[in-house]
Design a protein around this ligand. Structure first.
Ligand SMILES: Cc1cc2nc3c(=O)[nH]c(=O)nc-3n(C[C@H](O)[C@H](O)[C@H](O)COP(=O)(O)O)c2cc1C
Length: 440
């Protein structure tokens, strides 16, 4: 995340208490499982909200099985024409400015997640009417070329690419995005002005992630088209301002449509983000836990069973605050002295160099630039390779020795829908929530 701030979060031990809610096992038929009457105490996510009750969206209406949201049922007493006009108004309200900016149907973005958001997940999200984003920072240049081609083979809808602006070949990647007519570039680290300007001049929309109001102001001055405002609840590198406060602060200082991120998984969240001035929601963890995500199934199962207090923000991985699932491995890393951490981190730096086809000289050059811009020591630099390598260990290799980046929202996610089911369900619920807030 862009210029992460000092975290004030204290490490928490995972609760030893039984979980307060029932978590369904990952199901091959997620829509059915999701719709079933809860066998045990209803969770907040399973309970009917007033909006759902008003719209008959709970139980009576099955979870949408396609990307297109189902129409909100009109109250019986209402005349069809009035119901139809309300329906059209709700649809129009949910077609926010971000939909027009990105050329998408629904204001839902699947964010770039290293080793997680590959071509399959990205294409599925864009095909379902949202915006999928490929995570390029952990790909070689050739892998990125292939991934872009695969997304284009699967869908003609718009999609994005997540870049790391301090990568040695970033300008080559920028030219690739321009040639491939990629619609949106997002950024894993603070992008430089030169990168923004080149993309913007060539017609690629730019959207950095920010974690503080002043960062939103700074990138707005550079001329970005949008930002993802990620709050403390969010997964991976994260700041310390809660999402709903950050969205309000960002709304006060930018004039372009922006997205809220950190803690979203449903239609109620979408409406709350819109109420705070955002034009939609960007989600990582929720999309990681879908059928199309290629994270190994046993790793997804570990996420699904994580309770609401099972995450921690730690600096022990790469020196920056990062939210992950609290595991024995994280405890060990937090307790390790810098002397024991360093050799491991240095090994990971070399492995990452090989995997991303980075030449030693390029790596040193990249490191020197990061040292200067961020004031890091060489040992902190070596640590920087820890996050991607430890994420790969779990997300690609399925090993226990890896880290599990996640948002707090993992604690209310119970199942693995398809991407189309998820987007359809969010839009249906958002519409019902909005309908319930209407004043006659
Ligand atoms: C497994 C994982 C990997 C991530 N990798 C990246 C990344 O490579 N680049 C980036 O900009 N953000 C990354 N993030 C942050 C997400 O893009 C997103 O901003 C965040 O997950 C939003 O919070 P949520 O998980 O509550 O939805 C990652 C998040 C997760 C969970």
């Amino acid at each position: 995340m862009n210029d992460p701030q000092k975290s004030t979060a204290k490490a928490k031990k995972p609760s030893a208490k039984p979980k307060p809610r029932a978590k369904a096992k990952p199901s091959a038929a997620p829509a059915a499982a999701d719709n079933a009457a809860p066998a045990t105490k209803a969770t907040p996510a399973q309970k009917a909200t007033p909006a759902q009750k008003a719209a008959g969206a709970v139980k009576a209406a099955p979870v949408a099985k396609v990307a297109q949201p189902t129409a909100v049922a009109a109250p019986a007493a209402e005349k069809p024409s009035k119901a139809a006009s309300l329906d059209a108004k709700l649809d129009a309200k949910l077609r926010t400015p971000i939909c027009d900016l990105f050329g998408i149907d629904y204001p839902i973005i699947q964010t770039g997640m290293g080793w997680v958001s590959g071509a399959q997940l990205t294409a599925a999200t864009s095909a379902a009417g949202g915006l999928g984003i490929l995570a390029a920072a952990t790909m070689t240049f050739e892998e990125l070329e292939q991934a872009i081609a695969r997304v284009k083979d699967s869908t003609d809808r718009n999609f994005g690419v997540n870049l790391r602006a301090d990568q040695a070949d970033v300008m080559k990647r920028v030219e690739l995005l321009i040639d491939a007519k990629v619609k949106v570039a997002s950024f894993a680290q603070a992008p430089g002005k030169a990168v923004i300007t080149r993309l913007k001049d060539a017609g690629v929309l730019t959207m950095p992630t920010i974690g503080a109001q002043r960062h939103a102001q700074k990138v707005a001055e550079w001329g970005v088209d949008s930002v993802i405002a990620q709050g403390h609840e969010g997964g991976g590198h994260t700041g310390n301002v809660p999402t709903h406060i950050l969205m309000r602060q960002v709304a006060d200082v930018v004039s372009f449509p922006f997205l809220g991120a950190g803690g979203f998984s449903d239609g109620r969240g979408l409406i709350s983000a819109m109420a705070c001035g955002a034009s939609g929601i960007a989600m990582g963890t929720r999309f990681l836990l879908t059928q199309e995500s290629q994270v190994p199934e046993h790793i997804k199962a570990q996420y699904v069973k994580t309770p609401i207090d099972g995450t921690v923000v730690t600096r022990a991985i790469d020196g920056y605050p990062q939210r992950v699932i609290r595991t024995p491995m994280i405890d060990e890393l937090e307790q390790a002295s810098p002397f024991t951490r360093f050799p491991k981190a240095a090994r990971n730096a070399l492995t990452l160099m090989k995997l991303t086809n980075t030449k030693l000289m390029d790596m040193i050059e990249e490191g020197r630039a990061m040292k200067e811009s961020k004031g890091l020591t060489w040992s902190q630099l070596a640590m920087a390779a820890n996050a991607p390598m430890l994420t790969k260990a779990s997300m690609v290799d399925g090993k226990d020795s890896g880290i599990l980046p996640t948002g707090q929202v993992v604690g209310v996610i119970d199942e693995l829908p398809t991407v189309a089911e998820l987007i359809g369900r969010i839009m249906t619920e958002a519409k019902a929530t909005l309908a319930s807030l209407q004043v006659e």
